[in-house]
Design a protein around this ligand. Structure first.
Ligand SMILES: O=C(O)CCC(=O)C(=O)O
Ligand SMILES: [Fe+2]
Length: 242
């Protein structure tokens, strides 16, 4: 079977009404799930890639960027015109603005070993408007590393300093402690992700994180982040340089 056969069919059939429907669902429930986005073949190739990467990393957690994904299939997905178009279509439908060029801030996060805790329960807002999460491997037993979210708690800030202020509110011990306590309460939305499904949410607007997994287990997720509202910000550039 050809690569990304399921994804191709789903993306080809997606009408503008469907895209509006996805936007509506993310606004209302915080997250949209496209089931079986990957075929078993696509998943197997990615799983093999994860396992090789973890062996290379000494069986500890590792995050790989776009330049390190050759052979995984994820770099091919990121270049697929129909996949890229999904993001610009969602952007325009949601923000009623022309969409910027689609280039992804892409990562493959592989969590395992003693380092799992360092990469779990770190609540944050992403720097990008749209986040797509593609679980490749999720433990079948023990702690599954559920995805936790409090959806759409802020609007897109067109001011970079306002964005930094929001981030500062979340990124401190007191708030992280509060959110961790809330993690087990019903007020926190929880998604037990299924490998091969594609999950879409407003990463910039949503407080989110993942729960840990057991040391001996593997949790691997591919992330596609799109559209930094502050890409052209003079303040951002100035601060980076400082
Ligand atoms: O792996 C996950 O479930 C979420 C990761 C995430 O939010 C991120 O890398 O920005
Ligand atoms: Fe994130």
């Amino acid at each position: 079977m050809s690569q990304f056969s399921n994804a191709n069919v789903w993306l080809s059939d997606l009408s503008d009404m469907d895209v509006e429907g996805i936007v509506g669902q993310i606004e209302k429930t915080g997250i949209f799930c496209a089931q079986d986005f990957l075929s078993q073949e696509d998943l197997d190739r990615m799983k093999t890639f994860v396992s090789t990467s973890l062996t290379r990393a000494g069986k500890e957690s590792v995050s790989l960027g776009s330049s390190q994904l050759a052979g995984s299939g994820l770099e091919e997905l990121a270049e697929m015109p129909k996949f890229k178009a999904l993001f610009s279509r969602l952007y325009t439908a949601a923000l009623k603005r022309p969409a910027p060029d689609v280039t992804f801030y892409q990562i493959l996060r592989c969590l395992t070993g003693k380092t799992v805790a360092n990469h779990s329960l770190m609540f944050h807002y992403d720097s990008y408007v749209i986040t797509a999460l593609l679980p490749v491997e999720i433990p079948a037993v023990g702690k599954r590393g559920d995805f936790l979210l409090i959806p759409n708690t802020r609007t897109i800030r067109w001011s970079y300093l306002r964005n930094l202020a929001d981030k500062a509110v979340i990124d401190n011990r007191l708030m992280q402690g509060y959110l961790r306590k809330r993690a087990s309460s019903p007020s926190m939305q929880r998604v037990s992700m299924v490998p091969g499904n594609l999950y879409l949410f407003w990463g910039y607007r949503t407080i989110h994180t993942n729960e840990p997994v057991d040391e001996g287990a593997v949790r691997a997720t591919a992330l596609f982040h799109y559209a930094d509202p502050h890409a052209g910000s003079f303040v951002k550039r100035s601060l980076r340089r400082a």
